[in-house]
Structure formats: C-alpha cells, structure tokens
Design a protein around this ligand. Sequence first.
Ligand code: SAH
Ligand code: SF4
Length: 427
Amino acid sequence: MNVGDSELIRLSMNRNNFNEVSNPKDAYICIFNTCSIREHAEKRALGRIAAVKGKDKRGDKLIVVAGCMAQRLGKELIKKSGADIVVGPYQSPNIGDIVSNMVGLENDRLYISQDKSNLADRIPYEFINIRGDDPWHKWVTITHGCENFCAYCIVPLTRGKLISFNSDRIVEYIKGLTESGVIEITLLGQNVNQYGKDSDDIPFYKLLEKISSVEQLVKINFLTSHPMDFTEDIIRVINNSINISRSIHLPIQSGSDNILKAMNRKYTSSHYYSIIEKIDKIISDYAVSTDFIVGFPGETDDDFNMTLEVVKNIKFDEAFMFAFSPRDGTPAYLLNDSVDENVKQLRLEELISIQRKFSLEKLKKRVNKQEKVIADKISKRSNLEVSGKTFLSHPIVFTGDHNDIGRERIVEIDEVRGSTLFGKKIG
Ligand code: SAH
Ligand code: SF4
C-alpha cells in the first residue's frame, strides 16, 4: 500500500513540475512516506528524518512527512520531527498541489482530512499518461481505509473508514492505463474482498471479473484478502481468467482459535483450512502466502504450537512473520503485553526457520515447469540476465536483456539457487 501511495506522491509531484533527484542531499524538498504498523517502522522513520535534517546545514530543506504516522501524530509530528508539512495517506495524490501551494508560505501545515465528500470517486485519471516507477505496471487503489478493527491494528485509526472507489471509473481508469502501455496492475486495499460493501456498487469478484476482461492486461495482482470475506466466487473468477495472478495472499495471523478470537479476526482455523481446500479443488496451480503475528497478548506455548501446526499442514509458499508490537489506541494496547520479549523473538525465529524450509520445498516443485513472467529489472549479478516474478509470485532470474523488461515471456525453470528460481526464456 505504501509503495503504491509513494508512486501516487511521485506522480503528483511530477505533475506539479518538481524533479526527482537521486541523492536526498541535493533535494530541496524531502518527502518521507511513513508506516505506523509497528513501532519499529515509526522509529526508523524518525531516525531517517533526523539524519536528513542533521545534514541540512543551510536549513533550507522543506521536510514533508506523509503516510500513516503523519495521520496518527498530526501536529505532534511537527514538534517531534521538525516536519514542515504533515500530510495523511488519504491526501497522497494531492501532495504535489499541497507542496506547490505551500512553498514559501507559513500558513497551514497539516493536511490530514479524510473528508470523503469530494474524494469519494477519487481515481487519478490525470496520472494515466505519467510514467510510473515501472512503465508497464501501475498500482490501482480500489478501497481506502478499513473498518475491521483487528485488535492489534492501527490501520482503522490512521486510514479511517472503508471507502470503495466507483467501479465504472476504476475500469475506465484501467482501460486508460492499458492504452498508455500498462500490461500489469496491482489492485490495492486493506481488505479488497470488502470492496463495494460501503456503497451499492458491485462486489469484489464482479469487479475482478470486469477488470480481467480488459484484453491488454497480462497480469492482475490484488492485495490484501481477508479469510472472513474470501468467497468461492472470487476463487472461481481467478480460475476462469488467464490474466489474474495465481498467487493468493491470505493472512491467517495465528493458528489458535483463542488468539484469532482475541485478535477479532472473525474466523477460525478450520474456516481457513476450508478456504484452502476450496482453492485446491478449483484452481489447479496456485501459490498461497500469509502473514503471522507471534506473541499476541495471552499467546501460550499451546497457541504458538497451533500456529506451527498450520504452517506444517498448509505449506505456504511465503509468509510474512512479525512479533506483536503494541500500538497506542488499538484494543490490544490495553491488554497485558504478557509474552516476554525474548519468548516473542524465540517464537518468531522458530516460525521463520520452519517456514523457510517449506518455501524452499515449494520452489523446488517449480523446476522443469514453464511459467509466464514479466521481468522487472536487469539481474544484480549479470547484465545478461533479468529478474522478475512468476505468475505464482516466485522470484525468478532468466537469460535476457533490457528488451525483456516489462514484457510477457515464457520461461522454463531449470533450478533453484538460494531462494530464487533460475531458468531460460523459451518464448
Ligand atoms: N490489511 C492487511 C494488512 C495489514 S498490515 C491485512 O489485513 O492483512 C500487514 C500485516 O502486519 C498484518 O497482516 C499483520 O500480520 C501485521 N501487523 C499489523 N499490526 C501489527 C502489530 N501491531 N504488531 C505486529 N504485526 C502487525
Ligand atoms: Fe488492520 Fe485487520 Fe483492517 Fe487488515 S483487516 S488493515 S489487519 S484492521
């Protein structure tokens, strides 16, 4: 989501005639797009802002702090970090306008309104013809905010209520993107499966179906799904469309029903298993990835062992694993952060090491298969190789050059090295 917002920020700066420099030292305006999901992320952001401010000997840099930390701390952040302008995530597409109105003025420095009256149908048509970070790919935000209130999560506080952007406009925008050369998109939302629930618009699976019929699109990714709302309709649409990625990201968070309940996730582990069974029945070749939090308040050894059980039974292709970080303002912040920091770290290490084995096992199963790949860059090791992700989101390196970047290729997979697939282009 933040990578997508950063692209919006960049496009809106470009549209206002600001030029990007490669070294922050040379910049007059520095924009920090921040994340509040864990305390560590906020500390790092403050450290980076302080480092840039420290080097600003002439004191002429304009410091803009954007993202969830800006929304969460508001005015306090101006005092705490010395920011000149604080802009919430809802305002990302407007940052270029805000900054250009602001340069040289000392008036309003806080832009954290989440007023949806004028932004309910916000789709950045004006960015269609501005090159994104990767010209063949664009991030497409379909919902803003989240009202699920998972007990540990700061997002409902920083990003506010669920707002679904209008489906006809989303499709029109995507068609416009394909006319300007985009072949891959990533649909974004905190829980994309809830698309349309705040309005009388179509449900997510119908939106996905409509988007997949845009012929020029080679690959459609979407993030993030929620087990509570991930229905069979969605699985069927994925299976019926050749241009929807077969990589499904479905965060489970914990294998223990007690912890899932305390987290307010509104599903049980057996419900999660039933979704995986459905995917397995309907889609012949797919990858599944997830998120875990260890050390949630009250998590016992038994609860943690249930998480390990899930990892062993489901064999995720990939997992993003975190130690619980208490966030002020969330319901879990009020609970006793009962799991000792050392225990949290030990559990996290154990989980990571077990998951790593399964990730490798999954990669090895891809050897001798042919995969559709859009390469995104020249490989770090050699300029006779390019790297990208397969349709199942596995990282891959294959023989090629700059002519392959941003184009659909068929690659035969030869081997696994480290945690990457290697192969050769056959079409
Ligand atoms: N909307 C998405 C992503 C939320 S943030 C979703 O619902 O899945 C991404 C991940 O960060 C979450 O899935 C969770 O695993 C982790 N996370 C969120 N809050 C956290 C916290 N307070 N401490 C540790 N991890 C957290
Ligand atoms: Fe946070 Fe839960 Fe919403 Fe995801 S679904 S953003 S974890 S509250």
